[in-house]
Design a protein around this ligand. Structure first.
Ligand code: SF4
Length: 329
């Protein structure tokens, strides 16, 4: 059995850009632009980056929920692109997603109990009593009062709705869950409760997480390793503590320096320049290094040569010419 549950190789998600009355193809949006990484069994890989950097698109592409992609996504050794619709459907219970906005992801017309039972009804041929027992078991697992089973989504709090969404994701005993900004829509006081719950569930059910967030403090709390995305690419990938203590990529350093958390500011080490300028359009990324328009350490080579993501220390990767011994000043 491989150490990696998820293996991603050269994954790309490109959308056609249309313009004019006739909606002619005017270019390509490179939402995810050729990324490779593994997620080990039982770990939490955090993914950080600004809004629009491709984090969510990447998460959906891993579960084959997004538009057609190129590249390979292997789940437990199986290349998902080689599966037919039936085979993929049979594998679905093992790969789930928790979304940012539980109100949008729950049907307002069905009760919370039915919402949790839905995946069971779709995938398991169980009698109603067994389904009902499983719903209560799941509600207990996510620490939801069973008395709420007959309520509708609008009748409970945001935190309770997110617990329902997590219970739904757990219903079919998955191995892997993509958590896409799962606490971003919640009050600050509830965020920590949901993250603590996700950690407890991971321990109890041996789950593997991809945890997408723009909140560096949250990712620092929950992730084992962290991938930093910029304009559809991974620019740094490292063990959490190493990355926060001494970011290897100027973008990671700038993100930490821009974070509201002063501890994160201190962690940015020598590179304290906060992030300036806007994210370029993924339809027109700059030539060379895609961070060159905002990088405080930009060099001449950065404008013409795209730095590959290279291993700069065991298990630590960065895409920056500063780590190329033949180029670095
Ligand atoms: Fe900055 Fe150049 Fe490194 Fe890109 S390659 S992050 S522009 S120093």
């Amino acid at each position: 059995m491989s150490e990696a549950l998820i293996e991603v190789r050269d994954l790309a998600v490109h959308y056609p850009l249309r313009a004019g009355l006739l909606r002619r193809r005017a270019g390509v949006v490179r939402a995810v632009d050729g990324i490779s990484f593994d997620i080990r069994r039982g770990e939490t890989l955090g993914v950080v980056g600004e809004t629009g950097c491709g984090k969510s698109t990447m998460g959906r592409a891993l579960l084959q929920l997004g538009p057609p992609s190129t590249g390979i996504v292997r789940f437990d050794g199986v290349d998902l692109a080689t599966l037919g619709a039936g085979e993929l459907r049979a594998l679905r219970p093992r790969m789930q997603m928790v979304f940012q906005d539980p109100l949008a992801s729950l049907n307002p017309r069905i009760t919370l109990g039915r919402a949790i039972a839905e995946p069971l009804a779709e995938h398991m041929d169980w009698p109603p009593e067994r389904q009902r027992d499983r719903v209560f078991e799941l509600m207990a697992a996510v620490r939801l009062d069973p008395g709420l089973a007959g309520r509708y989504p609008h009748e409970v709090s945001g935190g309770q709705r997110q617990r329902v969404a997590i219970a739904r994701a757990l219903a079919l005993e998955p191995d892997f869950i993509v958590c896409d900004e799962p606490v971003a829509a919640l009050d600050l006081s509830i965020q920590a409760q949901i993250v603590t719950l996700l950690e407890a569930l991971q321990e109890r059910f041996a789950l593997t997480y991809l945890f997408i967030s723009h909140d560096l403090g949250m990712v620092r709390h929950i992730a084992d390793r962290v991938a930093v995305m910029y304009l559809g690419r991974i620019v740094e990938l490292a063990a959490r503590d190493a990355l926060y203590a001494a970011p290897a990529h100027p973008y990671t350093a700038a993100l930490l320096a821009s974070a509201p958390d002063p501890a994160a500011w201190r962690a940015a080490g020598a590179l304290k320049a906060p992030l300036e300028g806007d994210l370029p359009s993924p339809a027109a990324p700059p030539p060379g290094c895609n961070f060159c328009t905002r990088c405080p350490r930009v060099m001449e080579i950065c404008h013409g040569t795209d730095p590959p993501l290279r291993e700069i220390a065991p298990g630590r990767f960065a895409a920056c010419h500063l780590h190329d011994p033949e180029v670095a000043p």
